[in-house]
Design a protein around this ligand. Structure first.
Ligand code: GL7
Length: 848
């Protein structure tokens, strides 16, 4: 047996000696070697891109040592592992993050400097790994960081899309999508494991076969098309630990088994074409956020990913184990939303069809292994797959789904005899015009725990969409894990100056607060310290300057860093209500214009009526989402008018930053004074950018929705600006709109009149947006919350004063900023992962 009680101090020392990232000379040597051997260039013709690749490879060498050790230790220990299945991992850039988690940023910056490069410029060369849409995908990325940092033995499983989320350009005020071919240059952070090749079958048919061993009939699935899954592995280094987990993303490759019947018939072209189809499988990420569109290729992606991942997990289990009853002591699988729900069916198939277990015994194991996280209550986002499609693509799985449903409904019938209505409500199969499989129901039935992602959301799923299941399985099956974010990326990496000031104030030179985020609380001691407040505000100002430079570079608009930066960046969605925000901007513009017409000066307006401000927007609309695209267009046309108005000075600017992504978020979020989280109450499951802004000292204007509720509880209601109708009133208001008509408040009517008279371009372009409110019952309750939104603004702007240097600002605004940060400890994704580990996965950290 290997001796795995390595003395940790020795290990640390050894690591310091050996690893190039901690030793400038060694790093420089390694860098040059990579330039020469990997890039086949020399130092005299190495540009920033080459420097990025060489530096990444040199850093990667260190990460790979920890990674291999971690995997070895985990194998020796043979404890329970967690598998996080997510169709999206919105990772962003890897190099800076690796430097921070390895605590090697300063040394490497110096070494790179000695070689004639600038670290910041080199880091800029890395394309974002944008394999996700929004909050759900970024959450998965924060989780893998925390699982490594908290020393869990965990794997992430996903797909290695060739094209991530599209790039957004704004042309003439409209969104234009272009493909994101992020692998244009080779990716130094992925390790291709071509030696692992897992066959995944599709289509074909099922037949029954008499098994002579057991004397029983057995189902055999004869697949019709085979694709090979080959993993690309991404090492995930933890912070302040050598624990380095693996993120495994599958690529689809053709089989080497040609269809010889076609080949022999002389149909070589056809035979090759089928092979080419294979690679298309993992080529593109579906660009919808909170919306499901039942496309066959999407279902193929899901099954491919799930089948390959389970095969891998079971193969690992079988190396040391024979007893299937023990599976759930070794394996916990978390389903990130319903996208991987077929994993439940696949495991049941493996256990029953391939391993010969009895149905009931297998099903108990399956339920103990899986847990499911729900991320939305919105019905248009709940996955349903047509039975016909499932039956054609994976015929044996459809049979198994029917059987799961049969036994489930039998239990329900036994518990609630005669309640036929209940049976049809909870059936996994929906008998509609298109008979479909309800994936969320399948996920609930096949899991031992189901969680929502914020307290309010977890309550809502129990009382609305999953109400019947609470009755059937009891409330114990349902739980809450409020989302979190990793403070390594979202504080230390995005806001190095603030992170440094905090480490000084907490007397924590090793930044241990980044793994003990509750320590931020000590910042409260300085909330009356004027010098400190000034320093804090100076850092914010500096970050705003950086953001102003990004705005100038991407939109051409100059914004003054002294004004209030009022930001809303997130996917564009009617429920997130960017329309409410832009209407309020128009209202402000109209009123500033009135005051100017009355003869007031810009200065007078700034002092008495409307403080100078920049309204900053960003976010992508799903390519097929018509209404979201109108909202983007409106924001841009308003910007055109306002920014070119010669009278208005710096009282108002309106900008739309194109192509919002993780790296831009790292600049935008630290530069915010105020951010908008203003969804219709009850629609935003959690939100996580709210946490990122608050952790960076930006204040929040928000509705009583998602995690805003808990943020308020933690930081205090005097430090957040809440407004709007509550979730419990939403049904009633909608009902009222429907039966009594929508009442447009006067303020909003002024805005609509301005749009209708063509102030912001052709009114027809915005008609369907306005009509959805005035004639189609205003589903998202813009009319009910508009005046409340305007009032909340009035109140908060008084506190902001005239910005940096203004005594009101330092006295009233900055302390709120400090108190927000001081009380954000709860929202570390480390806390979340610990909760999953304890309440759902039943695993403990393994100190490697
Ligand atoms: C989301 C929710 O909309 C968002 O509120 C939540 O923070 C996130 C992570 O739990 O999940 N649900 C969803 O379908 N998408 C989300 O971002 C795309």
């Amino acid at each position: 047996p290997l001796n795995h009680s390595v003395n940790s101090t020795n290990y640390e020392e050894k690591k310091m000696e050996n690893s190039a990232v901690y030793n400038k000379d060694k790093f420089e040597e390694s860098f040059v070697r990579h330039v020469e051997s990997d890039l086949a260039r020399n130092m005299f013709n190495c540009d920033d891109l080459g420097a990025y690749q060489a530096a990444s490879n040199a850093i990667r060498d260190s990460v790979l040592v920890d990674w291999a050790n971690t995997q070895q230790q985990q194998t020796i220990h043979d404890g329970k592992r967690v598998y996080y299945l997510s169709l999206e991992f919105l990772m962003g850039r890897a190099m800076d993050n690796a430097l921070i988690n390895l605590d090697a940023r300063d040394q490497v910056a110096e070494a790179i400097g000695n070689l004639g490069f600038n670290l910041e410029d080199v880091l800029e060369q890395e394309p974002d790994a944008a394999l996700g849409n929004g909050g759900l995908g970024r959450l998965a990325a924060c989780f893998v960081d925390s699982m490594s940092s908290r020393n869990y033995s965990a794997w992430g499983y996903g797909l290695n899309y060739q094209y991530g989320i599209f790039k957004q350009e704004i042309i003439d005020g409209y969104q234009v999508e272009t493909p994101d071919y992020w692998l244009k240059y080779s990716n130094p952070w992925e390790v291709m494991r071509s030696e692992i090749q897992i066959p995944v079958d599709f289509y074909g048919y099922v037949y029954e076969h008499y098994d002579t061993n057991t004397g029983k009939p057995k189902k055999i699935w004869q697949g019709g098309e085979r694709v090979i899954a080959v993993p690309a592995d991404f090492p995930i280094p933890g912070f302040n630990t050598t624990n380095t987990n693996n993120l495994r993303l599958w690529n689809a490759k053709p089989t080497m088994e040609f269809d010889f019947s076609k080949f022999n018939n002389g149909d070589y072209q056809q035979s090759v074409a089928a092979q080419q189809r294979a690679e298309a499988l993992t080529s593109v990420l579906y660009p919808n956020d909170n919306f499901e569109k039942g496309k066959e290729l999407r279902l193929r992606q899901q099954y491919f990913w799930v089948a390959a991942s389970l095969h891998d997990i079971i193969r690992r289990y079988k190396k040391n184990h024979k007893d299937w009853d023990n599976l759930s002591n070794q394996v916990a699988i978390q389903l990130n939303d319903t996208h991987p729900t077929l994993a439940i069916v696949e495991l049941q198939r493996i256990l029953v069809d391939l391993e010969g277990l009895e149905w009931n015994a297998a099903w108990k194991i399956v339920q103990r292994v899986f847990a499911y996280t729900n991320h939305t209550v919105m019905t248009e986002a709940l996955e349903k797959w047509p039975v016909d499609l499932v039956g054609r693509l994976i015929p044996r799985h459809l049979e198994i789904i029917y059987e799961i449903n049969y036994f489930f409904l039998k239990d329900v019938e036994a518990k609630f005899p005669g309640d036929r209505d209940l049976l049809s409500r909870v059936s996994i199969i929906e008998e509609g015009q298109v008979k479909s499989v309800r994936m969320a129901y399948l996920a609930i039935v096949g899991s031992h725990k189901v969680n929502g992602v914020a307290e309010l959301h977890s309550e809502l799923i129990k009382t609305t969409i999953f109400k019947d299941f609470v009755k059937i399985f009891g409330p114990e099956r349902f739980t809450n894990v409020t989302n979190g974010i990793t403070p390594r990326r979202w504080l230390r990496q995005a806001n190095p100056k603030l992170a440094k000031l905090i480490s000084e104030k907490l007397n924590d030179p090793k930044y241990e607060y980044l793994t003990h985020l509750g320590n931020l609380k000590k910042l409260e001691n300085f909330v009356n310290d004027e010098a400190f407040l000034k320093e804090w505000d100076d850092i914010k100002f500096d970050n705003k300057r950086k953001l102003a430079a990004l705005i100038k570079e991407t939109t051409g608009v100059e914004v003054d860093p002294n004004v209030l930066f009022d930001i809303q960046v997130k996917r564009i969605h009617e429920y997130k209500r960017q329309q409410l925000n832009i209407f309020a901007v128009i209202y402000r513009y109209l009123h500033i214009k009135k005051l100017l017409a009355e003869g007031l000066s810009v200065q007078e307006i700034a002092e008495k009526h409307y403080i100078p401000k920049a309204s900053i927007f960003g976010g992508k609309a799903a390519p097929g989402y018509y209404m979201a695209k109108i909202i983007i267009h409106l924001i841009n046309t308003v910007g055109e008018v306002v920014n070119n108005d010669p009278e208005i000075g710096n009282l108002l600017k309106v900008v739309f930053i194109p192509d919002y992504n993780v790296s831009k978020a790292e600049i935008i979020i630290p530069g915010s004074d105020l951010s908008n989280h203003i969804s219709t109450a009850g629609t935003e499951a959690s939100g996580t950018s709210n946490m990122k802004f608050a952790l960076n000292g930006g204040l929040i204007i928000g509705t009583v929705d998602g995690a805003n509720v808990e943020i308020t509880r933690e930081i205090g209601e005097e430090n957040i600006f809440l407004f709007g109708n509550l979730a419990e009133s939403v049904d009633e208001l909608r009902h009222k709109h429907y039966y009594e008509g929508v009442k447009i408040p006067e303020s909003m009517q002024e805005v609509f009149n301005a749009i209708d008279t063509g102030m912001f371009g052709l009114p027809e372009e915005f008609k369907s947006l306005l009509d959805s409110i005035r004639y189609h019952s205003d589903y998202y309750l813009a009319t009910d919350d508009f005046d409340l939104f305007l009032d909340a603004h009035k109140k908060l702007e008084k506190m902001f004063g005239l910005g940096s240097g203004d005594p009101t600002h330092l006295r009233e605004w900055v302390p709120k900023s400090v108190l927000s940060v001081a009380n954000m400890g709860f929202f570390s994704s480390d806390r979340c992962i610990d909760e999953y580990a304890e309440n759902i996965w039943d695993v403990e950290p393994l100190n490697v």
